[in-house]
Design a binder for this molecule. Structure first.
Ligand code: AOF
Ligand code: ZN
Length: 349
């Protein structure tokens, strides 16, 4: 496997195109494509702009027209072989007379895979693996979700120094600083589901929208889906049922069932925000993939914990997530700093 300098530069450019600002994070992967002539000069560029729009290869081919014949297509993802919302890219490349195809990441989606084989059968020279790590990182959550057949789960909670997430009377506004809350909204905006338990909705009545730095909710179409999990009935007057964002009530307490349902609805990144019973169910089932904790310099001495009983009785059995990042969030308007700790589960993940 060897690539020319022009092919390597084209892949770097294709990755850049894939990440064009404004392209949604899901449910489709972000993909870029560059067509090179035999001198290594760029004939056309293209990128995917989200589900329902032309795939990157189709976009580049449309721009190239007849000039696509004899080119090398450099793509960040294996060209698809399926007819989904649009037609199969492998067929389009072959029929346009593309001579060679280089892709970074094989398509992990069982529905779309098979493009490389189809191209080879059509007499096209196919190479892969160039800048694979960068391509996987570009679509980290999509890749993860498609490979595991369920959404990636980020569990977020705010805590005092003594590990409390609410005072004994149930009040929890505000444990974390404004800077930490702003940071939370930034992370929420990267997800496509906000998940809480029915109990949390009944007791705390959270709104679960994503708001900007001026505390204004983002437009409805950019709001993650609000999902309430649990069997109990809820009054329609709860704030999650307002029309600032879409909401569904999943009548199950089983994390696996809920994730399966959400994946079938094209959801790939769940932001789990409470409460303790739901958190314990997900942790206990091994269905938390990332933990984000905001620690505030505050002591309560009593009150609710972030997570309910995990049936651990001795220190040897403690769960020990691996820290991937620690960031101090300086206080705004004279508030004390908070610390954000990001972790992944122990073991290979
Ligand atoms: C490509 N080029 O630019 C993209 C690909 O049914 P669709 O049309 O929405 O296709 C979605 C699937 O196709 C997606 O999950 C992934 O496997 C592949 N995406 N393939 O050749 C592209 N976006
Ligand atoms: Zn395609």
């Amino acid at each position: 496997m060897s690539f020319t300098a022009a092919e390597q530069a084209a892949m770097a450019r294709a990755l850049e195109l894939a990440a064009t600002p404004g392209v949604p994070l899901g449910p489709n992967p972000r993909v870029g494509c560059v067509l090179l002539d035999d001198t290594g000069a760029t004939v056309a560029e293209g990128h995917h702009r989200g589900a329902g729009s032309p795939h990157a290869e189709a976009d580049a081919l449309a721009r190239a027209g007849e000039r696509a014949r004899g080119t090398t297509a450099v793509v960040t993802l294996e060209p698809c072989a399926h007819t989904g919302r649009t037609g199969p890219c492998a067929v389009a490349l072959r029929d346009a007379g593309v001579r060679r195809v280089i892709f970074a990441q094989a398509d992990p989606n069982p529905v779309a895979t098979g493009g490389a084989a189809l191209l080879r059968e059509g007499g096209v020279d196919v190479e892969s693996g160039l800048m694979l790590d960068e391509a996987r990182a570009l679509n980290r959550v999509w890749t993860w979700a498609v490979e595991h057949g369920r959404p990636f789960v980020t569990w977020k909670f705010a805590t005092t120094l003594d590990g409390r997430s609410a005072a004994p009377d149930g009040t929890s506004r505000w444990i974390s600083s404004r800077a930490a809350r702003l940071d939370t909204h930034r992370l929420r905006a990267l997800c496509d589901v906000m998940l809480v338990g029915a109990n949390t909705v009944a007791v705390d009545d959270p709104q679960l929208t994503v708001r900007d730095e001026h505390d204004r909710p983002l437009p409805r179409e950019r709001q993650p889906l609000r999902v309430v999990m649990g069997e109990r009935d809820l009054p329609a007057t709860r704030r999650v049922f307002d029309d600032l964002a879409e909401t569904v009530h999943l009548r199950t307490r089983d994390p696996e069932t809920a994730l399966k349902t959400l994946f079938a609805r094209d959801r790939q990144h769940v932001f789990l925000e409470g409460g303790p019973t739901l958190a314990a169910a997900f942790v206990g089932a091994g269905l938390v993939d990332e933990i984000v904790t905001y620690v505030a310099p505050m002591l309560l001495g009593a009150g609710r914990h972030a997570v309910a009983d995990l049936a651990i009785t001795t220190i040897a059995d403690a769960l020990r997530p691996v820290v991937t990042d620690v960031t101090v969030l300086d206080g705004l308007d004279g508030e004390e700093p908070n610390v954000r700790i990001t972790m992944k589960p122990e073991g290979d993940h």
